[in-house]
Design a protein around this ligand. Structure first.
Ligand SMILES: [Zn+2]
Ligand SMILES: [Zn+2]
Length: 298
């Protein structure tokens, strides 16, 4: 299993998941051109190799690339009916939709896919769990809080992707956003704050976790350092071998290849530190050359 986050945050969310039998994206919130560049750069793949895209919800930062993907009509779009309808209303073409029922588990090639509903300001937003053999990826972004059904999905994951959208203090102090928007972002159908993400991780920590990505950071109201600070008090509750990566807005992760990892031989914290993956939280540095659109609620 190979996995790579191609981008996250308001500038566009998308992740690549590749198994022996399937090459899929989770969301397509970057332009098709940019997705093609990132796939080539990080995974030596082209858009022609993408079989399907699994869509969480209709916000532009998760589906803005779909119009440009009309040149790749072989790509199947998987979404629940409400999300598909909301996205289709914004598209100029009709892609090949495949609907799933939220909460149902279904097979896609060699993947077992489970969607689960999340509280967010969209038609029928979901998170995803993908399993292949004994490996699992859980992707959880765009939610105001984590109810019990969400928490239940987090334990059994080798790779866990969780939103840490904003620092509550930075959001409160932000001069650009009106009060009503701040209320939406921090509300029960908005986004997880750093503190909420830390609480969720501490409450659901599982020895199986090997890679944890904190993503969807707000450009104006968060910073990798602020996420690291929020996670520091709960770091001891995470498995010592779990590598934690905090992705700056717009930043891609390195490509993970779990087929070369040894599940029964988790590296010690000392060994991980020797490899440069210290068990301390090491936020990655923003790349100023990356183009970002102006901030918007997503
Ligand atoms: Zn989003
Ligand atoms: Zn959203």
């Amino acid at each position: 299993m190979r996995f790579c986050i191609l981008g996250s945050g308001s500038s566009g969310n998308s992740a690549l998941l590749q198994t022996a039998g399937a090459t899929v994206l989770i969301d397509a919130g970057l332009s098709a051109r940019r997705l093609g560049q990132l796939l080539a750069e990080h995974a030596a793949l082209s858009l022609d190799k993408i079989d399907a895209i699994f869509l969480t919800h209709e916000h532009g930062d998760h589906c803005a690339g779909l119009d440009g993907l009309r040149k790749h009509p072989h790509i199947r779009l998987y979404a629940n009916e409400a999300t598909a309808r909301a996205i289709q209303a914004k598209l100029k073409h009709r892609p090949h939709w495949v609907h799933f029922e939220t909460g149902a588990r279904f097979a896609y090639r060699d993947l077992e896919v489970t969607s689960f509903s999340v509280p967010h300001d969209a038609q029928e937003p979901v998170g995803f769990r993908f399993e292949c053999g004994d490996q699992a990826v859980v992707s959880l972004t765009d939610l105001g809080y984590a109810p019990a059904n969400v928490r239940a999905q987090l334990a059994e994951a080798d790779i866990l992707v969780v939103e840490a959208n904003h620092c509550a203090e930075l959001l409160k102090a932000d001069p650009k956003r009106p009060w009503s928007l701040k209320q939406r972002i921090s509300g029960r159908h908005g986004h997880l704050s750093n503190a909420a993400a830390a609480e969720l991780l501490a409450a659901t920590a599982n020895p199986r976790w090997r890679h944890l990505f904190l993503v969807h950071l707000s450009r104006d109201c968060n910073h990798p350092e602020a996420v690291a600070t929020a996670l520091a008090p709960i770091r001891a509750q995470l498995p010592p071998h779990c590598e934690v990566t905090i992705l700056a807005p717009g930043e891609a992760s390195p490509l993970l290849d779990l087929s070369t990892a040894h599940n029964d031989d988790a590296p010690s914290a000392a060994a991980a530190a020797a490899e440069g993956h210290s068990d301390s939280l090491s936020p990655t540095v923003e790349k100023p050359s990356f183009p970002f659109p102006s901030p918007s609620y997503s």
